[in-house]
Design a protein around this ligand. Structure first.
Ligand code: NDP
Length: 333
């Protein structure tokens, strides 16, 4: 078995030095335990900020879709595919019955996705999918005809939010980091407008695409970008603060100062709410089912950005933080 450990704590953007691939000797299975083999590994932005307080030598955190290859647990038969949160490992020994209960689902047998790839259990039919569905609908409470702005709009969560908003009949404006992504948002996802935030001033873009202001903002990036959007909100606008990726590579002590938000929040009477998707852990499988129904109804396009080879996990992770991807970033073992 192999795994990646955090060899050196992150300091700024991740580099090869932060990761080390090591062998792992696994113990014989005890009663109740299962041995799973990773098929797909999820590459997620949260790994960067959540690893700030992790000691070097620890297995890199992460989730995977794996196959049970040995079982000493009647309930979990060999051959079944499972979702598990065992980090960047090729093989893991788990006792599903004694797994510590966490706020986030850590282990479950993958629901039946029909002919669809089990990898979707890490994306549109998993955590990012539930983030988009619950984080957008429950916090932004969007109405048909309203103007919705999305940052990191070509990523796993952002592209999903945009399609839900389009389906509701909203005027959808996306921001992403390349002209190629902007073209994809407009031509494939049919966003009403999209802009490259690296080459276009955000305020100017919003004056052009939303001259009367923004009703809902689904925020994946934070920072100066988001302050600019918040100053273009309409009265009683709603902001769902999902992520803050523009700050993830910066030491929390050195975060840049951004324009003050309170005047906009007060005088426009905005609702701004942060969330972590575990908040809806009780509705997890229901969220998956709702997203599966959207796929079956032809309402979701869900590209996957796949890197082959377990040993390339660090490259896939660094590439995602650099914006290499459209859609969900995955590694196939
Ligand atoms: P994505 O698929 O969106 O990949 C990350 C994207 O972020 C990159 O492709 C890049 O696209 C963009 N990005 C990177 N750096 C910056 C920057 N400095 N400024 C603006 N954009 C940047 O990842 P996910 O869909 O998995 O996650 C999107 C966001 O949602 C993240 O912030 C993540 O932490 C958050 N999240 C929050 C959850 C919660 O429970 N609150 C759960 C899941 C995700 P580009 O080319 O456009 O720059």
């Amino acid at each position: 078995a192999k795994k990646f450990i955090l060899d050196k704590s992150f300091n700024g953007p991740p580099t090869d030095d932060n990761f080390k691939l090591v062998d792992e000797q696994l113990d014989e299975l005890k009663n109740g335990e299962i041995l799973v083999e990773a098929i797909w590994l999820s590459v997620d932005p949260y790994i960067r900020p959540y690893s700030n307080h992790v000691s070097p030598g620890t297995t890199v955190m992460g989730t995977q879709i794996a196959k049970i290859i040995k079982s000493k647990n009647q309930q979990y038969k060999e051959g079944k595919k499972v979702f598990c949160s065992t980090g960047w490992r090729t093989h893991s020994v788990i006792n599903p019955n004694t797994l510590e209960k966490d706020v986030m689902p850590k282990f479950y047998v993958l629901p039946d996705f029909g002919n669809l790839s089990p990898s979707l259990g890490l994306g549109v039919l998993g955590m990012p999918g539930n983030t988009a569905l619950f984080g957008f609908l429950n916090i932004c409470d969007p109405k048909p005809g309203e103007t919705v702005v999305i940052s990191a709009a070509a990523g796993a969560v952002g592209s999903h939010v945009g399609q839900i908003a389009k389906d509701l009949g909203c005027n959808v404006i996306g921001f992403a980091g390349s002209d190629h992504k902007v073209k994809w948002l407009k031509e494939v996802l049919k966003f009403d407008a999209a802009f490259n935030y690296k080459t276009k001033d955000v305020t100017a873009a919003l004056l052009e695409a939303a001259p009367h202001g923004v009703d809902c903002y689904f925020d994946n990036v934070g920072g100066e970008f988001s302050s600019a959007v918040i100053y273009r909100m309409k009265s009683f606008g709603r902001v769902s603060v999902c992520g803050s990726i523009s700050s993830y590579n910066t030491n929390p002590k050195n975060l840049p100062k951004v324009p003050m938000l309170q005047p906009a929040i007060v005088f426009k009477q905005l609702k701004i709410e942060g969330f972590i998707v575990s908040k809806w852990a009780g509705e997890w499988q229901n969220g998956i089912e709702r997203n599966l129904n959207l796929i079956k109804a032809g309402k979701l396009i869900y590209p996957e950005h796949v890197t082959q080879g377990f040993e390339n996990l660090p490259q896939a992770f660094m590439g995602m933080l650099n914006g290499d991807n459209i859609g969900k970033v995955l590694v196939k073992v």
